[in-house]
Design a protein around this ligand. Structure first.
Ligand code: PEP
Length: 256
C-alpha cells in the first residue's frame, strides 16, 4: 500500500490569534480540498482556535507544537493532550529539536509525551535528527536510531500506526541549508530499515517519514521524489501561504 504524502507547517513562535486567522484563511483559499495528501498546520497554542475557525471545511488538520505528559494537575503553563483534543486538534508535534535543545526535553520526556499523545487520541509527529557535530563524526544514523528507539520503546506495533516520523537534521533547521535529496533519502532508508528490524514488516512499510529542514518551493519536489520521503515538516516557508501552497502542490505531483 502506497504511503500518502503528508505536508505539515510548524509555525513555531509566530502568528498570534489575529495573524493566525489571517494566514489560515489564506491557506483555506489556496490549498487543495481533494484530500490526495494529508496537510496540517501547527500554530502556537493560543492561536489554535483562530486557525481552526478559519480552516473549517478545509482539508487541513490543526495540531499543537508540544504537549505535557500529564493530563492535568499543578503544572503551571502546561498544555495536555486531552486539552488539545478538546480544543479541536487532531495532531501534535513531539520532540522537535527546539524543544530538545532550548527547553531541555530529554529522550525520556519525548517518550512520555508520545504516549500521552496516543492516549489522548492525537496523531503525533515524532521529530528526530542529529547535530552537525554528530553528522561530521559519522554518528548521524546511530543518533537518530537511538532517539527513535527511546521514543518508541514499549509501544505495541499497532500503536505505531498513528505516528508519523519527521527526520529533521538540526543543522538544516532554519539555516537555509538543506540535506541533499541523497543525504535525506539515505537517512530515511536507514530509519525504515531500523523499523523493519524492530517491528513487524507492516510498520516499516506503512510508517510515514517526513523530511524537515529548510524545505522550500524550490527544493520540495526533488526531496519528495525520493522513495522513502513521505512528506515534509516545514518551518519558515509555512508562514507564507503561497510558499506553503507551492510545497503542497509539489507533493501532489509526486506519484506513488
Ligand atoms: C521545523 O521547524 O521543523 C523546520 C524544519 O524549520 P525550517 O523549515 O524553517 O528549517
Amino acid at each position: 500500500m502506497a504511503r500518502r504524502l503528508f505536508i505539515a507547517g510548524n509555525w513555531k513562535l509566530h502568528k498570534g490569534p489575529e495573524e493566525a486567522g489571517a494566514l489560515a484563511s489564506q491557506l483555506a483559499a489556496k490549498l487543495p480540498t481533494d484530500g490526495a495528501i494529508d496537510i496540517a498546520v501547527f500554530p502556537p497554542f493560543i492561536s489554535i482556535p483562530a486557525a481552526l475557525r478559519a480552516l473549517q471545511g478545509a482539508a487541513v488538520d490543526v495540531g499543537g507544537q508540544d504537549l505535557f505528559a500529564q493530563s492535568e494537575g499543578a503544572f503551571t503553563s502546561a498544555v495536555s493532550g486531552p486539552m488539545l483534543r478538546q480544543a479541536g486538534c487532531a495532531r501534535v508535534l513531539v520532540g522537535h529539536s527546539e524543544r530538545r535543545s532550548l527547553f531541555g526535553d530529554t529522550d525520556a520526556d519525548v517518550s512520555a509525551k508520545l504516549r500521552a499523545a496516543l492516549d489522548a487520541g492525537l496523531l503525533p509527529i515524532l521529530c528526530v535528527g542529529e547535530t552537525l557535530e554528530q553528522r561530521d563524526a559519522g554518528a548521524h544514523v546511530e543518533v537518530v536510531q537511538a532517539q527513535i528507539d527511546a521514543a518508541l520503546a514499549g509501544l505495541a506495533p499497532d500503536q505505531l500506526s498513528g505516528i508519523t516520523l519527521a527526520y529533521e537534521p538540526v543543522w538544516a533547521i532554519g539555516t537555509g541549508r538543506t540535506a541533499s535529496p541523497d543525504q535525506a533519502q539515505a537517512m530515511h532508508a536507514a530509519i525504515r530499515a531500523g523499523l523493519a528490524a524492530r517491528f513487524p514488516a507492516f510498520v516499516a512499510q506503512e510508517t510515514r517519514i517526513q523530511y524537515g529542514g529548510s524545505v522550500k518551493p524550490a527544493n520540495a519536489a526533488e526531496l519528495l521524489a525520493q522513495p522513502d520521503i513521505d512528506g515534509a515538516l516545514v518551518g519558515g516557508a509555512s508562514l507564507d501561504a503561497d510558499a506553503f501552497a507551492r510545497i503542497v502542490e509539489a507533493a501532489e505531483t509526486v506519484s506513488r
